[in-house]
Design a protein around this ligand. Sequence first.
Ligand SMILES: Nc1ncnc2c1ncn2[C@@H]1O[C@H](COP(=O)(O)OP(=O)(O)OP(=O)(O)O)[C@@H](O)[C@H]1O
Ligand SMILES: [Mg+2]
Length: 366
Amino acid sequence: MATVSLRKVVKRFGPLTVIPELDLEIAHNEFVVLVGPSGCGKSTTLRMIAGLEDATGGEIRIGDRVVNNVEPKYRNIAMVFQNYALYPHMTVARNISFGLRAAKLPKAEIDKKVREAAEILGLEDLLERRPAELSGGQRQRVAMGRAIVRDPQVFLFDEPLSNLDAKLRASMRVEIKRLHQKVRTTVIYVTHDQVEAMTLADRIVIMKQGVIQQIGSPLEVFQKPHNLFVATFIGSPAMNLLEGEIVAGGDGPALALGEGMVVPIPDRPGGRIEVGQKVTAGLRPEHLVADLETMSTLPDPWHLDATVTVTEPLGSEALVMLSLGGHEVTGKANSAAMPEPGHPMRLGLDLRHLHLFDPETERAIY
Ligand SMILES: Nc1ncnc2c1ncn2[C@@H]1O[C@H](COP(=O)(O)OP(=O)(O)OP(=O)(O)O)[C@@H](O)[C@H]1O
Ligand SMILES: [Mg+2]
């Protein structure tokens, strides 16, 4: 158990500044996921916490201790990488116990730790196999076992599931969540997969070009993105964005979306909008309702005429690509009531979930 604290941490590689200045406080036992596009500095941040990279500036603490000058092996952390880096000639048991044997722990203690880790990870029956005789998911569990036996204060994961196929990724995601519930250790987990971030994290840290864009629970960052980057990065399919302008409606401000389309803007505290202001409006596909049944539950002025261009059935629901005025948007429909391509239709906009952003600063204004 430990807190992890990054204060004004800077990382430069020669002339290249990868992390301009980063502050992050992680609580005991918290599961924090760093997410962001390729090259945004996720691995670099993790490697600085692990001690595999020096911070150019700032302070890194694990627990009460400043660790900037502490060697990785004395930081009390364990790191699991994307490529599991198992020793091919060693059995599972020997792979798991490698670090303990190197540290010359008594044999009885090593055996006990390996047994416990194997039990947590469901590897009891595989201890005598070699890595080549394991599936990808089993190898990943061995790599985690090697980390667990060290009783680290902090687990660091760098894209541990990205080598696995989609189905195995989903089941390993559950394993990792279960593991965290069992061992109750601080976890910092790096991924570029926003689904992984949403499902695993207590808190998500969204990064872009070395700068934190938002920190919050999965629901917070999904429901209240602070800016356009977060709004479009989190959520799949991505939030629809429409350029528009605030106009005076009959009953308060309204949103003009071009081609005569105007929708009311529901009253909401904290909104900073003025008539005449240009805005980027955002609505997630789940709030562009293309099936008649759900649409009928929305108030009258929340409907617009659209044309269906493509439909993508996904099982119980379907994605519906629509042309709405000059805009291409994605909505969702119940598969049973899916509209036909080429057909005009009334589209329901669930405006309770409307987002408005300032197109210049890209910040949320409503
Ligand atoms: N040793 C290095 N020397 C120079 N530049 C580096 C070095 N390591 C990383 N970088 C640069 O730092 C930036 C951040 O890299 P980092 O590996 O942290 O990205 P990431 O967010 O983990 O991306 P990915 O999702 O692709 O793994 C990149 O622009 C990368 O090219
Ligand atoms: Mg990386």
